[in-house]
Design a protein around this ligand. Structure first.
Ligand SMILES: [Zn+2]
Length: 464
């Protein structure tokens, strides 16, 4: 019997990590609910992708603490808070229904149609799907002229055919996507219903939005469309996404992602020797890039790069007809991101030219440079009234908020300087982007009340 080797164990870990990083969502906050070994392993991987160095606690100015608590004390808002607690079973039913409607990448239609109908039934002034597929429900304000968007994303990372049936183990719900972001979608429905039933009115228009394409190769296409040139005027944006109750994302982690494919005719390793070799060009491109990029990122605002996957080829004795790689670059700074991107594309071109110079007689190789991901960076000043209100709303329920950076739907408005935050969907949860994803209703109503409080404070409560 041949000896057993396990050469791909580190590879498996790398794959799991790549899976987490590839998808759009930020790693969830850690949770204290114990899971199985597999769940714990997933949580660890996600924590590895987190960056504690970028989490800051920040002072909340008194005027916003006062403003938020005066809104919270309003009798209608109190009644809405009460309704949220009474609606807990309804919120749970919605969560299960939403989770069990599959929403694979680029296939959010079925879930979107259900969500549109649910918003309509609750009562809004207008509800529709836009050209990109986003669900938009408009609740008009008494004054109008300003628009606040509160959103969650419709898509999941799971491919078509994934079993999304919710399973209970004790009180814990298990299903792919149950937290991310089905729970965010359910939170929004309950916020709207509680506002309607308690007759809480705002001065500004409030849009309840389910976005498409937040995850992975969806590349924020829904939110990009919402903030397109010539699109609607949106003055502030809330994304309910990510776990926990304390984290406030006011900073966007930008990324650029490429799939690069070197191509040639391919041939026999002996008979056609001398012909341009895509694998050799690929290797050279990686070497050149790593050499220069490692120097580039050594100082300045934090920037990362990763050749995540490589592939291609036919057999050991064939000159490949293609060799490819997938590359992810990230930076907290938009200019740095553009700079490392340029450096990368330059090394690819150089490697191609080198390979073609080496094989002057054969047909030239070509390279296909495919930008598969483009998420902008940026940050909103913590002293901005909207961020201050968010922090005050978190603190109002007894939590200690902290500011953080991640990649979510808020990246797009943040990069445009439009006040935007991503806040937690509440409860306890873990295993996001894994088949073992779980969510537990541990004081989940607080997240719904917090979202309502922030919406009403930012959109201007109509007294009386
Ligand atoms: Zn998400």
């Amino acid at each position: 019997m041949a000896s057993h080797r396990f050469p791909n164990l580190p590879g498996l870990v790398a794959l799991a990590l790549a899976g987490v990083l590839l998808a759009g969502c930020e790693p969830p906050e850690e949770s204290d609910v114990p899971g199985s070994e597999a769940e714990e392993a997933t949580v660890q991987v996600e924590e590895a992708a987190d960056d504690p160095a970028q989490e800051d606690t920040v002072a909340i100015q008194d005027e916003y603490v006062d403003e938020v608590s005066s809104v919270a004390d309003n009798p209608r808002v109190q009644e809405a808070f009460q309704r949220i607690e009474e609606l807990e079973p309804w919120t749970m039913d919605n969560l299960i229904t939403i989770t069990e409607i599959p929403a694979p990448p680029f296939m959010e239609d079925e879930r979107a149609e259900w969500y549109l109908e649910a918003l309509r039934e609750l009562g809004v002034d207008e509800a529709y799907r836009d050209e990109e597929g986003n669900v938009i429900a408009v609740r008009e304000g008494t004054v109008g002229g300003r628009t606040l968007v509160v959103s969650a994303h419709l898509d999941t990372v799971f491919p078509e055919g994934t079993d999304v049936t919710v399973q209970f183990r004790g009180d814990t719900l298990y299903a792919p996507g149950v937290g991310d972001d089905s729970r965010g979608l359910a939170v929004l429905l309950t916020v709207l219903r509680a506002m309607n039933e308690a007759e809480v009115h705002t001065e500004d228009d409030v849009w309840f939005v389910g976005t498409v394409g937040e995850e992975g190769l969806g590349d924020l296409r829904g939110v990009k469309h919402l903030f397109r040139e010539g699109g609607p005027q949106i003055d502030a944006f809330i994304s309910v996404d990510g776990g926990g109750d304390t984290r406030v994302l006011n900073q966007a982690l930008g990324s650029r992602r490429y799939r690069i494919t070197f191509e040639g005719p391919g041939g026999h390793s002996w008979g056609d020797f001398g012909m341009g070799n895509p694998a050799h060009a690929l290797g050279r491109a990686i070497e050149l890039f790593d050499e220069r990029a490692s120097e580039f990122v050594a100082d300045g605002p934090r920037t990362s790069y990763n050749v995540g996957r490589i592939g291609g080829g036919t057999s050991i004795n064939s000159i490949p007809y293609e060799a490819w790689m997938e590359v992810d670059m990230r930076s907290i700074d938009q200019d740095r991101l553009a700079a490392i991107d340029a450096l990368f594309v330059e090394t690819v071109t150089e490697a191609l030219e080198e390979q073609n110079r080496r094989t002057p007689d054969g047909p030239s190789l070509e390279v296909d440079v495919d930008l598969v991901g483009d998420r902008p960076s940026g940050e909103i000043d913590p002293d901005t009234p909207f961020v201050q209100r968010t922090l005050a709303a978190v603190a109002h329920f007894g939590f200690e908020p902290y500011l953080a950076r991640a990649s979510t739907d808020s990246n797009v408005p943040i990069s445009m300087g439009i006040p935007a935050v991503t806040i937690g969907r509440g409860g306890a949860g873990g295993g996001a982007h894994s088949l073992d994803e779980w969510w537990l209703n541990e004081d989940g109503h607080l997240a719904i009340q917090r979202t309502l409080l922030l919406v009403v404070t930012e959109a201007g409560l109509v007294e009386g």
